[in-house]
Design a protein. Sequence first.
Lengths: 472, 400
Amino acid sequence: MRGVISAAGYVPYHRLDRSEITAFFGSGGGTGTRAVASYDEDTTTMGQAAADLALRSTHVEPEALWFATSAPAYLEKTNAAAIHAALRLDPTVGALDFGGAVRSGIGALRTALAGRGSTLVVAADTRDGLPTGADEAAAGDGAAAALVGDDSAAPVLAEYLGGASRTLEVTERWRTPEGTRSRNWEERFGTHVLGPAAADAWRAALANSGLDGADVDHLALAGLNSRAVASALKAIGVSAGILVDSLLDTVGNTAAAHPALLLCSALEQASPGETVAVVALVDGAEAVILRATDALADHRPVAPVSEQVAAGGSVSYGRFLTWRNMVDVEPPNRPPPNRPSSSAAHRRADWKYGFTGSRDRPSQMVHLPPARVSEKGGAVDDMDPAPMAHATGTVASFTVDRLAYSPSPPTVFAIVDFDGGGRAPLELTDVDAGEVHAGMRVVPTFRRLYTADDIHNYFWKARPVRSEPAVP
Amino acid sequence: MSSRGICDRVAVIGMGCTPFAEHWDLSLDDLIIDAAHAAYRSAGIAQDDIDAFWFGTSQSAASGLALAGPLKIKGKPVTRVENYCATGSEALRQACYAVASGAYDTAMALGAEKVKDGGYQGLNALPIPTDGTQRTLTAAAMFSLMLPVYADRYGVDPDELRYAAARIASKNHHNGARNPRAQFRREMSAEQICEMPAVAGMLSVFDCAGVADGAAAAIVCRAEDAHRWCPNPLYVKGLALVAGTGAGSLDPGYDYTTMPECAQAAAEAYAQAGVTEPRSQLALAEVHDCFTPTELVLMEDLGFSPRGTAWRDVLDGVFDLDGELPVNADGGLKSFGHPVGASGLRMLYEVWLQLRGEAPAERRIPDTGRTLGLTHNLGGYPGEIVSFVGIFGTGTGPPT
């Protein structure tokens, strides 16, 4: 049996109230909220967050990692390699990027389901649009990950029954690599071509699965052309009652990540034996159909999508615009940081990406960053790796630095003491300076500190423990 | 442990100190020349009579060439040293030990920093290539960590503690207003400082030392030769330096209410000098008041106040110019600003003036008959510090 062994979504903490756009410009915006990646998040860090959540609920190690996004942090350099390093996967695990098409998210998932071996499929997107535009408001940022494999090592939560693809060469939505916004042909044209493609893919996937449309219990429909999505639903001819919440009112459309995010959401709602279908309208259509197994009953997501959607804190429209480089604000008059050294970063990849210190064998003292000589006792080269990415810590002391260079001042900074040993001075993120207090519980989170010379400087910060239970 | 010290074996026979200021019209070379020649005049010594030179600068230049060139020191050993913000004291320490070793009869330590050519306010770290995981907080923020934990540990009302910190700045500004070499010469009340917006933790800009250009120099010789040059030299009683391992950033046992490296350096210097009761034996102390919490905690680390009580002593005026133990009688880093390489020697310059009765009347410390002065100079941040403590006195023999 082959299918999804584990799956998790990641919805960034911040929410933009769409009415703020309308209030500011007198146009644009809308109702509800959209999820906003923080200034220190990108598709790589959000992908890592989703992948980490997915891997935490299983002991199965992936043999491959595929990463799909329409907003890659790098071209040429493999973004999946940073995710791979931050997950501390074995070097034998092949990490690959899918190209920059929105379609690559659902495409990677279907390819993994139809393939062999265990593959961690990660999709993430940050979505931009010019102020007041439809994309700015309707879009959302987020990520999802699914560990796909057979049930030899662990039971699958949902068995892959079948899938289908319909490919169209159609310039319906497009963006050049240097473009800051997507462009659309008239929406009605997209509806004309994508609706029938979705219905075709749906029928083919049902046939491959040996099912009838009435057998499907949960349908996740995704697509950036909302008119086409509505038309596809009509063409598919199922009851709107089986539709999985599109998350468009709360998270927004996360494009390449959205089909997998909705799949995670559907699996949180499905009962064993129920059938879940995902249909994505993008450059044609992709469809996959799965059936929840008995193992789903015992599965407890580390951070359910529903909880992440319900949590979250607001971000002002002004701050949103600066985070998305739509508005430049005056930075602190301090020199900007230097680019990190590639060779130094490579030597210390397990610290920088994996947040792994060292534990002195004689004294058991945890050293962050890892050290060769023990602070207690002075033993030399007698340490074991101390992975800290899943540790929970307590703020021992903190400060708010309004002078330091930051892409989004002020810098909130804390001395964090971890349960089980280890102290690290860490920047706090996803936090309001006013809510920080000594004793606050925090967990590490993989972030992009800054970018210099086009090199993204990734490292770990800490964020407050909120909806997510602390998993040791 | 066999740190024996060099008590009474080396004497300071001359000093020079430039005004500390935003010297837009003076170069590093100008500052070096002005400080060096002031020291030569002070000792009545010719440059050629100095056997070896130590040049302390943190970021303004590299190598002994940067001192030998502008001063035209020919055929002599010139060494550049760097030890964070304790760089000036490190230059002095090297010069003193070189003379004490018998290798040289005379030596000069000169510290200088040209900070204001950088184009940014504040001090900025050297761009050493790293893996990018080092924190990028300002020093102000790092030291601001100390106040909340201090308040919590000792049960001090945070507002009262904040006022005590502001009173330290106010005291130092009071003293600096009476010093023509100081950069900031305006008095500031603690109330004014408390009303200012916070820039890092509880700290306002006026809780932070300023930034300035400056240079200072000391000439040292064998103690037995001192009177050849100077009728009233200062004798080196103790020189201690402790570089931490960064333990405070690693060890959850460290609580940011103390700087252990400073306490260790003080204990070592006191032992060398035979000081047992610093609060009653020292005539004055010049300490590294880079930020107000630093001076507060130093009063305890240096043994002037019992743990948890320095804030009360500050409020009681113990460390005022006319107090029981004047601290930073010249105005400190607070009034002078902090040209990194020069500050440690600037501290010694005030001890040089005060103990020898040359400080002007408006900022002269009370005549208590005490003959010892202390300089304390640190670099780094709470949890990872390099700390210097020096004891100097007007006479030889054990303290009275």
